[in-house]
Design a protein around this ligand. Structure first.
Ligand SMILES: [Zn+2]
Length: 428
């Protein structure tokens, strides 16, 4: 099916362009030469923008919303992991993995996110788990990148099982809109043997790595105690930091480590709302420049909210930071996904780019142009403006309704499944 979007303003933050339409979608790609046979869609009073990318998500945590806290409240980041997330991930089974992924992906789509990079954990159900994550993302119609968080926290045999799951998934992947990475939890839960194996497998198979790095001081402390070096140095020495890899957080990187990460050309996923929620501190993103991309770390799939938080944290740290900084971090995420799919124009409105886009109801109340676009993204646009969303030429949201999933039925299923999952956590 081909479409012509008429009457809207075409807004392309990645290329800093604002122009009048129309824009056509022909065979799943953006086109500026209108097709012969196409359905016209009136988008007057709207913006047509590329869809957002969430560069670091944990779809497995989506059913935790409203979950009662542990009896003994955590007082540190390791206790948050031990008493909440490392119990929730053990309680997951194939059905809840898929349901969490589906709900998270549907909510992301409704917020205008068309691609997400997921980091999955389910230590009691490792084999095949990435198929369930991918199925949830595919059922919601999104583009996605999946990986399993390799860890030795339940023994090195589970560490090996995680590596095997990443390899199996990438080798057997037949989904058009899904790719895989080599996931890893974090330095402080990965021993030398597992680190060597996972890096060896990733490099020999050209799989980018996706790992947490220096989210909390505990990661640095562990690396210094066990290996006599800081975390980024340990990863770099192990060959786990290279161009195209994705490291999340980097909150506690010292100046030398920041240089190590900059030199590696790895991407750094900044998750400001999660960092505030966990009280771990503020990442040195103002020094890491163009390598910084944005993720939600499982908070939700709303990249407008994350970009605004990124901006406000940056302004609090240095009022010399302009709006463009945060919006550039948002759009940089599309480069990771573009590289994974061999689509360098993904995330732009360039002729021939994949038609991953959103239509926002936004009758601009002040002039909107290429020069002040970032100000509108940060102070005008929210996920509530998102009316329609398309991925690879397929409408997945029309008039604020998901087109592939019955949202009421999904919510009802989740309301039933969540308390059962929370109860299962008592066993761990
Ligand atoms: Zn994370």
């Amino acid at each position: 099916m081909n479409w012509v979007l008429e009457g809207g303003l075409l807004v392309d933050p990645a290329r800093g362009r604002v122009s009048e339409g129309p824009l056509a979608v022909v065979s799943g790609r953006i086109s500026f030469g209108g097709p012969e046979a196409a359905e016209n869609i009136d988008v007057s009073g709207c913006l047509v923008m590329p869809g957002n990318v969430c560069a670091h998500h944990h779809l497995y945590s989506v059913l935790a919303r409203g979950m009662p806290g542990p009896d003994d409240p955590p007082r540190s980041f390791p206790e948050i992991l031990e008493r909440i997330w490392w119990r929730l991930d053990r309680a997951l089974q194939p059905e809840t993995i898929r349901l969490s992924a589906l709900l998270g992906a549907v909510e992301a789509a409704r917020a205008g996110t068309t691609s997400l990079i997921d980091h999955h954990a389910s230590p009691e159900s490792i084999d095949g788990s990435l198929d369930h994550v991918a199925a949830g993302i595919v059922d919601a119609g999104l583009r996605g990148v999946a990986c399993y968080e390799v860890t030795d926290r339940h023994g090195t045999s589970r560490g090996r099982q995680g590596i095997a799951e990443n390899v199996r998934f990438v080798r057997g992947n037949r989904w058009e809109l899904i790719r895989g990475m080599m996931g890893a939890h974090a330095s402080f839960t990965i021993g030398p043997e597992t680190m060597e194996t996972l890096v060896g497998e990733a490099r020999s198979r050209r799989m980018p790595l996706h790992i947490h790095l220096a989210e909390d001081r505990c990661d640095e402390r562990d690396s210094l105690e066990r290996y006599g070096m800081r975390t980024a140095h340990r990863l770099s020495d192990a060959g786990a930091l290279a161009e195209g890899d994705l490291v999340a957080h980097g909150v506690h990187l010292d100046e030398w480590e920041q240089q190590v990460v900059r030199d590696s050309k790895a991407w750094l996923a900044h998750n400001p709302r999660s960092n505030m929620n966990n009280g771990v501190g503020y990442a040195p993103v103002l020094r890491m420049g163009s390598q910084v991309v944005l993720g939600t770390d499982g908070i939700d799939g709303d990249m407008f909210a994350e970009t605004r938080a990124c901006y406000l944290k940056a302004r609090e740290a240095s009022w010399q930071t302009g709006p463009a900084f945060a919006v550039e971090r948002l759009t940089a995420g599309t480069k990771i996904v573009g590289a994974m799919f061999g689509e360098p124009d993904l995330g732009t409105l360039a002729h021939g780019a994949p038609a991953d886009l959103m239509i926002l109801e936004y009758e601009t109340p002040t002039p909107l142009n290429a020069g002040n676009l970032a100000g509108h993204v940060l102070f005008g646009l929210t996920s509530a403006n998102v009316r329609d969303v398309m991925v690879a030429g397929t409408w997945i949201v029309r008039n604020r309704r998901h087109q592939l999933v019955d949202e009421e039925e999904l919510a009802a299923r989740c309301r039933e499944a969540a308390p059962v999952l929370w109860k299962r956590m008592e066993a761990f």
